[in-house]
Design a protein around this ligand. Sequence first.
Ligand SMILES: [Zn+2]
Length: 115
Amino acid sequence: MPLSEKEQHALDALERTLRTENPRLDRWLRRMRSPEDTTSVVLTLGILAAIVLGVALLIVGTRLGEAGWIAAGVIVTALVPAGAILWASKRYYHPRCHHLVRVSVEDCPRCTAVA
Ligand SMILES: [Zn+2]
């Protein structure tokens, strides 16, 4: 169940207070990997895998002289990474600060964590 906006603000305020009062906790939380970092790692690995698979399809298609394999290679190499980047930019690219966070959040948690 997602938190309401009021609950999220209360939780953020509590987190900021705890971070201010306890610098060790603040440093520890900064070292933790955020869900946004995990998303970018998964996205990067997915794009690299698509490029490797697409190039492999292109090589096999060229050797066999099969137009279908070559077409599949072009699609996987070009369209899958482009689609993934487009999907991520619509969903995770904050329009004001350009951090990789969910667009649905009004205040970027990375910017507010630093302040
Ligand atoms: Zn930000």
